[in-house]
Design a binder for this molecule. Sequence first.
Ligand SMILES: Nc1ncnc2c1ncn2[C@@H]1O[C@H](COP(=O)(O)OP(=O)(O)OP(=O)(O)O)[C@@H](O)[C@H]1O
Ligand code: SF4
Ligand SMILES: [Mg+2]
Length: 364
Amino acid sequence: MATTAPVPGTDTTTEPILEVEGLVKHYPLTRGVLFRKQTGAVKAVDGVDLALGRGETLGIVGESGCGKSTVARMLVGLERPTAGAIRYRGEDVTRLSGRALKAVRRNIQMVFQDPYTSLNPRMTVGDIVGEPFDIHPEAAAKGDRRRRVQELLEVVGLNPEHVNRYPHQFSGGQRQRIGIARGLALRPEVIVADEPVSALDVSVQAQVVNLLERLQDEFGLAYVFIAHDLSVVRHISDRVGVMYLGRVVETGTDAQIYGHPTHPYTQALLSAVPVPDPAARDRRERIILTGDVPSPADVPSGCRFRTRCWKARQRCADEVPRLAVPEAFRGGGGPAAHPSACHFAEERRAVPPDEPVPSRGGAR
Ligand SMILES: Nc1ncnc2c1ncn2[C@@H]1O[C@H](COP(=O)(O)OP(=O)(O)OP(=O)(O)O)[C@@H](O)[C@H]1O
Ligand code: SF4
Ligand SMILES: [Mg+2]
């Protein structure tokens, strides 16, 4: 259980196992060759709060460069945060070291975006999938490794007899299955999947998403599922966090975010999602965002979204909006009552009212 009070607005649907509070990653910008001087910082992640429940899927969406992969790398320990806490079962991982850290790390594994570059072409599939056992030899006795690797290949739908083949002998979808098998090897409780299907053909994407869902049920896994495709995230997620320029701007259940978004950025993103029914498509109001995403090295004052927001007013430049349930929706308990970092949050359905909003169960 958490040792501190829960982060406001990050209620999970099950007992929280991973909680992120005030997570920051700044990359220093330096000048000079001999006497390097810091001239600023790329604020890749700048105060992110998130929570993940046991067996739950948290989708993270946002445009390119908003900090999704940086969050992912910090969650699995590939990068150290500049500030903030990452609590796994109540324990702040950022303060652990040595054996204690290693024990926690076993439980949080990653699946990468690009199955073409994330697998070493000179290693056999068996060595790739079994690699986590080199780092955690306690997880599998040496003599038992080959059998374990073959079991893992079978679990992800690959032929266990192909254990001695090399990555180039597999298709893109099969390679991502190899990456998933490697992620599963240590029987983690959490898998952070950073755009796991974005590099794959559309026809193969559904197969890999279905595999991830089956594995979730089979092993009780919790996922942090990162994508820029809102349709894929809607299909797989129980809850969703929308990121913009290093921050989470809106978070809630998939029904809340897709059916009752209150943050202008979420509304704009959703208005661009393809709607299959032409009649519904005609009734929908498209929001075209103008201007580019500002540089994370020079973020706007107040609300970061204000340079592209059609509702921006003076208050938006003066005051940073907190990620909390907006005052207008507090007490009502309706679906719009979920955290949104906007001073002027309003409900605006992105999908026409009579259009069903698929939930996780219904969309499968
Ligand atoms: N090592 C680094 N040094 C400096 N800046 C970095 C570094 N890694 C990432 N950044 C910057 O941090 C910001 C966030 O990058 P990140 O890769 O996390 O975004 P993302 O949301 O995953 O984008 P994408 O959808 O394109 O994968 C970007 O502006 C990126 O250029
Ligand atoms: S706080 Fe202001 S600028 Fe930011 S999203 Fe809300 S209305 Fe737009
Ligand atoms: Mg990324």
